[in-house]
Each structure stands twice: as structure tokens, then as C-alpha cells.
Design a protein around this ligand. Sequence first.
Ligand code: UDX
Length: 469
Amino acid sequence: MDKNIQIAVVGSGYVGLVAAVCFAEMGHTVICVDNDDRKVAALQGGDTLIHENHLPELLERYRNTKIRFMSDLGEATRECEAIFIAVGTPQSETGDADLSYVEAVACEIARSINGYKVIVEKSTVPVYTNEWVRRAIERNGVDRNLFDVVSNPEFLREGTAVADFLHPDRIVVGADSDKAAALLQEIYAPLTSGEYYKLPNAIEGPCGPTEPPPLLLTSTKSAEIIKHASNAFLALKISFINAVSNLCEATDANVEQVALGMGLDSRIGPKFLRPGIGYGGSCFPKDVAAFRSVAEQMGIDFNLLSEVEKINVQQKKRFLAKVRSALWTLRTKRIGVLGLAFKGETDDIRESPAIDLVEMLLGEGCSVTAFDPAAMKRTQDVLPATSHLKYVNSAYEAAQDSDALLILTDWPEFASLDLDRLNKIMRYPIIIDGRNLYDPHVVAQHGFTYLSIGRPASNPMREAVLAAK
Ligand code: UDX
């Protein structure tokens, strides 16, 4: 991998930091810029600030050699040929993406341009953002020939971010200039040529070895839409299977069997058909709202997206109703909660359905004892412990003396609990599983009443009847 390109990455959040260390891993020289001096100092000291596989080892390998951290965007702009913008695009009150950070970065880059630069949108942004970035730079007096704006959306997932970045299903480059497209092709050449995967110490893909990814060249607007449309479609798949799971509950069918049967159709595919308590995280809720808002502004009726959101909200309410149906009343009940993060393998609690449910339970007058393997500190920052909300250090402590145990995040360790031990320490043996981590028959055989999503409820009595048949 001999082509070394000077790359600046602006923003050291999930996308920015992962992109920065991965570009270094691909052989490039990287400056990662953040306007938060404390973050820059922490990263310079080797603290990744987020819980993400492979990130600490890569940071350690390249810190002070192939990757530097600084807060001076002007200096980074002058030194680098490609500048990736990976700052936050939070949701505004109307549902739109708030692009003020992107605009501020564009203006600052404009003030330091000293030669041809390619400015790359890496953050998820609505269609037309590339034009706004271009206009902002031109307004600051920069000649149109001195820069291009391209869109190169990122599809990584939290928890497997580094492996996803280095083993993407596809690389999308939206460029309206050949020169800019050529530079992006060079940057990704270690992946598209397959050269990276032959290295003895290459990071493995999330599911083992992978083929070199295709690089799809599109217009900038298409690339912007590809990112929003992909996330909205995945959210749609989840809401669809959640709605199907509700129908399965009403008919005593089994959603796992239905999802398997649907997913075996290669046109549908098996992924993202896991029912649960609704999707969360920093992307899906925000991106579905932003995509809906873009459609609205363009006069396009895309009400399907409102339905996707509606089902997602209902899914949490239905789960609460399920807890109520198992316990009759909720006031003063002691509930053990397993999981606070929006999904397993991450400490991220942004838009976590688990946190929403904890708040709903507290609102109903329950006492909650919660445990999460990684997200406790972050949760306590937003929901401090009270006389009704306790944080403990293991799943068993959360279950101790509880009237019911709820599984709200799909952490692998929650799928292999010692059921006999749980049965002994809980006040009532009731498990309500929002992630379908267990085989209902097995849990019932250990003496539990077990409710999950879209599958027939099971309890020891029902198991005994089934066994007698
Ligand atoms: C997502 C996209 O997958 C990624 O491509 C994009 O770049 C960012 O947003 P992420 O938010 O990290 O990634 O999580 P993901 O694994 O996609 O899960 C999102 C949410 O959907 C989680 O709350 C998860 O629990 C839920 N989910 C996922 C389901 O409920 N069922 C499923 O089958 C899959």
C-alpha cells in the first residue's frame, strides 16, 4: 500500500474517529480535528472516549506516527488534500438535520484553502447539502477551481465500527468531478484492490474474511439520498417485523418462524428481521425523521416513513402493556432491568428504547434495579440513581427480589444466564424478554413464566400440558 494521501478528518465522534484510525490503517497520513480541546487532549493521550472493538489497538499503533490530533482546522486544511467532514448533524425540533456544524466547518476550511482540496461529506446529510457547502466556500471568496465537494456516506454500525469500515459491503462516492472521484478512488484503493486483506495483521471483517468491496460512483445528490434511503429502509424492515410480531401474538403464531420463512427468500434476506422493543441509536430515529422532512420539503408524500416511526413508538408501549399484563398492576412493583444501551456491544444510550422503558416504568410507580455491562455510567449521567432507581453490578443483583426481570438489550451475556439461580433469587419467576434471547420452552422448564416478542407466552403449566400431550 504505497500511495500515502494526506487526509484531514473533522470531528472525532464515532464516524470521524473510526474513519481517521482506519485511513491510517490503510496507509494514509491523517490529521483528526476537533474543536473540543479536552477531547483532543484525551485522544492524544490514547483514550478513545468510546467503547469500540479494535479502536484502542489501532489508536495505539498510529498515535503520533500516522495520526495526529489537533483543534486547528486551518492548519489541517493547509496540510491535507482531502478533508472529510464528520461532525454531528443532530435532529432539530422540526425533524430536519441541523447543519450548522457542517456550515461552520465549511466556512473555516474556506478561509485556509491554499491549493486544490476535495471536501468530503462523511456525516449523514440531506440531499443538496453538497451545494450548500460549495456555496458557503465560494461566498468566502474561494475560486471554484480550487475545490470540489463530494459525498462519501459511511455505513458503519456501532460495536463493529472498525471492522465495518474496513470491510464495507460497498463504498459509495458521489462526485460531480472526475478529479475528485479519482482522489477518492485512490484513498480506498487498499480496500477495493483487496491489498489490505492480504496483510498478515489486517483486521478481520465482522463475519470473517470478505471480498474486496465495489466502489460505486454516483452523482453527489444520489450519494446523499443513498445514505438516508438505506437507513430508512432498514428501519422500515424492523418496524415491519415488529408489526408482524404483534400479529403473531394476536394469532398465537411464532414470529421467529415467520421471519425465518420470509428471510429465506433472497429478495427479502434474513437481516434486520429481528423483532424487539423498537430501533434506537444515533442514526435510525434521526435519519428517518430527516428523510421524511426532506421529502415533505420537496412536496413528496412519503407517509410510509411516519408509519415506520409510529410502529416504533407503539412497540415500547406494547412492551409496557405486556409487563402490566404479567404483573396485574405496576405501582410499587420491583422490576429488574437487564440492558440500557440501544443495542448490545455498545455503551451508547442515545435514543435507547431501554432508557425510554425505564422512564415509563418509573412513571408507573415501579422501583427499578438496572444493570448493563457497558452503559451504566452514561445512563447515570442522564438518569441519576434515586430511591426508586438503583444501578447494580451484575444481572443477578438486578434480579434479586424482583417481581419480574426484563431483558431490554441484546447483550450476548444476557442470553446465557443461570436460570436456576435466577429462579431462586427472584420474588416471582417472571421473565419478560424484549429481545427474544431465549427458547420459551427451556425457560418455562426452569419454572418461569416467560413472555417475549411475537411468540406464544410460555409458563410451567402450559409446558406440563404440552409434555402430557
Ligand atoms: C445503523 C446502521 O446499521 C448503519 O449502517 C448506519 O451507519 C448507522 O445506523 P447502528 O445505529 O450502529 O447502525 O445500529 P444497528 O445495528 O443498525 O441497530 C439499530 C437499532 O435497530 C438498534 O436499536 C437495534 O437493536 C435495532 N434492531 C436491529 C432491531 O430491533 N432488529 C434488527 O433486526 C436489527
